[in-house]
Design a protein around this ligand. Structure first.
Ligand code: GLA
Length: 671
């Protein structure tokens, strides 16, 4: 399925041959001789696509109304002359000093009233009318100046919206929040009902008295907190839309996007909602160097990005060639990791591979962040790997436009993430992603592709559907999930799902109200475990975090708790419904328990790995519209590994001989 996006521009992919390659290009840091040297190096590396001008406002408009586009003209002309396409930025991600001096009211304010000052970047609130006016102004000038430029392929709007600060608590934010609430609820009575303000004397007489959830003596109203999260995500994409309206007017044929940060770390922004406004999905991803399973987190991010893109190809707008500068200890990537990471993103749907940044800075905050051209120059491992990646990507041109095949789905919802982690819950240990990532990890290790699907979206074609910690769910989404089971899928629902509606009101009559019927169970009371606690299960397994008092109401018990006071109470159930089955997991099994449950679910659903390989080989298949298929086999181990596949390895151009060398990658165009 492809997302229905706003009508208009051509596809960015028409502008670029094969898989796009490049990164953020910040030439304003360098003298002209270096900029000229860059062109030769870009050719050597095979660069075809660059993001330009992201933080350039202060140089383009050094004082209000005084412009200097000369340097950017030269950069754009040189790139065009060298056949390189540009994602040209609106330059709005760092307001210039003169603007802050004149209008300090654009600065962000935190929940405790602290004003975040200039001298860094992203120091504006998206709800500032003044900031929007100035941002739209510079955007229009840039669009007018470069609208017919041959290098222009894509608009890069602002940068990582919501990075550093995603919630804003100033006066103007408060009034934008009130206006948003008024549009959402129309009447104050409807808001009072949704927020349950009859409790704790929180009733409002009008919208005028409502504030963002700032600092208070005790826990704040959960409806207010949830709506402020919705509003804050909306405020950023609404700012994006205002800039895109300008771009559409001037360049109706040029697509626009902004770089997302979809991963296990970004909670604040509802990217499934944002996707409707982006002409192509672009994502930035950085590994946590200290995580021994960082390649699995990468796969989680890439799969989630593909889900946000509705399965369409997407742009990896930023990742790093080696170390970053913002983690506590910034270790370089290991030999070959740059290729493995890049091709893992391609395997999972990226048709563009880009880095922050082209040339490593010699000054400023990010001078210790790796880049495509390192401080030490060309005689470096990083440069050799950058050049090697460029030639590998050229060989992967046939993969462009193909799509990842998957029969398994994980239901993903930012609103459920927000609602499930608002304070005052049965257990602080219930985290939205924990159970989900445990299942994703298991499927990753088995070579089973999985799509992330928004709860109301179609689940047709999926034989296995995982619904993890979907605490809040609408009636329509709950019906959609139940319908998938009735239609023949194996559906697993895990604990603390279906508890509340979209207003965070409990679905009464026994948990999990939204899924009680399809699961054939009723939960009477929650029994979260003490910190670090473990629980024995009837099959000898062990679980953590959660238990609860489950009653059967049509389902059969597959496994039970075996400790006081829940001895004999079901911990895992199965309910045959229609042509499929709905399973319920009432605890968080350890890794062995997850594996044996996944064994059962796969056996029942008939979902199988995309290929057979030795342990440690990441396997993903992309299939083109003409039926041809490409098997990506990424060897994350330090010894050679066997993979059962036949065809031509596109990276070597020779018949695949059944082995992927230590730390290497094969992309097999299958027979
Ligand atoms: C983000 C930003 C970039 C750069 C990188 C560093 O992704 O968009 O400008 O700061 O982080 O990792």
């Amino acid at each position: 399925m492809s997302l229905q996006r706003n009508s208009g521009p051509a596809s960015v992919w028409d502008h670029i041959e094969g898989i796009a390659y490049g990164g953020d290009y910040n030439p304003e840091q360098w003298p002209v001789n270096i900029r000229l040297e860059d062109l030769g190096l870009m050719k050597e590396a095979g660069v075809s696509f660059l993001s330009v001008g992201i933080f350039s406002w202060a140089l383009l408009e050094p004082s209000e109304g005084q412009y200097d586009f000369g340097w950017l003209d030269e950069v754009m002309d040189n790139l065009a002359a060298n056949g390189i396409k540009v994602a040209l930025a609106t330059a709005t991600a760092a307001p210039p000093a003169w603007l802050v001096r004149k209008h300090p009211e654009i600065l962000p304010v935190t929940a405790d009233g602290t004003v975040l000052g200039p001298g860094s970047r992203r120091h504006y609130t998206p709800s500032s009318a003044v900031y929007r006016r100035y941002a739209a102004g510079i955007t229009r000038l840039i669009a007018e100046r470069y609208k017919n430029h041959p290098a222009l392929a894509l608009w890069h709007v602002d940068n990582e919206l919501g990075c550093h600060v995603s919630e804003f608590f100033g006066e103007e934010d408060a009034s934008a929040f009130r206006a948003w609430l008024e549009r959402r609820y129309s009447t104050i009575e409807a808001l009072n009902a949704a927020w349950g303000t009859a409790f704790w004397s929180q009733n409002y007489g009008s919208f005028a008295g409502i504030l963002p959830p700032g600092v208070a003596p005790s826990t704040l109203n959960p409806g207010q907190q949830l709506d402020f999260q919705r509003f804050s995500s909306w405020a950023l994409i609404d700012y994006y839309r205002e800039l895109v309206a300008v771009l559409r007017e001037v360049t109706p044929g040029i697509p626009a996007t902004t770089n997302l940060m979809a991963s296990s770390a970004t909670k604040a922004l509802d990217y499934f909602d944002w996707a409707k406004d982006l002409d192509v999905i672009a994502n930035d991803h950085y590994l946590v160097a200290a995580d021994p399973e960082r390649h699995i987190e990468l796969a989680f991010s890439a799969d989630l990005t593909r889900g946000i893109a509705g399965g369409d190809p997407w742009i990896l707008m930023e990742h790093s060639t080696s170390a970053v500068n913002w983690q506590p200890r910034n270790r370089p990537k290991m030999p070959g990791e740059l290729l493995r990471n890049s091709l893992a993103h391609v395997a999972r749907g990226a048709d563009a591979v880009m880095f922050f940044q082209w040339r490593q800075s010699s000054s400023g905050s990010e001078k210790f962040h790796s880049a495509m051209v390192p401080h030490a120059g060309r005689e470096t491992r990083v440069w050799h790997e950058v050049v090697g990646l460029g030639s590998s990507l050229k060989r992967l041109a046939p993969v462009k436009g193909s799509r990842v095949e998957s029969r398994a789905a994980i239901v993903f919802d930012y609103e459920a993430w927000w609602a499930s982690e608002i304070d005052s819950k049965p257990s602080a240990d219930v985290k939205y992603l924990d159970v989900m990532r445990a299942f994703h990890r298991s499927l990753f290790l088995r070579g089973i592709a999985v799509d992330f699907v928004h709860p109301p979206a179609s689940l047709e074609g999926y034989d296995l559907v995982l619904v993890c910690t979907l605490y809040s769910v609408t009636d329509a989404a709950a019906a959609n999930i139940a319908a998938a089971a009735r239609a023949g899928a194996t559906v697993l629902v895990t604990y603390f799902s279906g508890i509340v509606d979209e207003n965070d009101h409990i679905r009464l009559g026994g948990y999990p109200g939204a899924f009680r019927e399809v699961l054939g169970i009723r939960v009477e009371e929650f029994h979260p475990l003490p910190a670090g606690g473990e629980l024995k299960l009837s099959d000898g397994g062990v679980s953590t975090t959660w238990s609860e008092h489950v009653h059967l109401a049509g389902a059969e018990a597959v496994q039970a708790f075996s400790e006081y006071p829940l001895e004999g109470v079901p911990s895992l159930t199965r309910h045959a419904v229609g042509a499929g089955a709905a399973w319920y997991l009432a605890t968080f099994p350890d890794r062995d328990g997850i594996e044996s449950l996944v064994d059962r679910l796969l056996a029942e659903s008939g979902v199988v790995p995309v290929a057979t390989a030795d342990a440690g080989v990441e396997l993903v298949r992309r299939r083109a519209a003409d039926g041809s298929s490409f098997l990506f086999a990424i060897n994350h181990t330090r010894s050679a590994a066997a993979v059962e596949a036949a065809g031509v390895d596109l990276l070597t151009g020779t018949a695949f001989a059944g082995t992927v060398e230590a730390g290497a990658v094969a992309v097999i165009a299958e027979d």
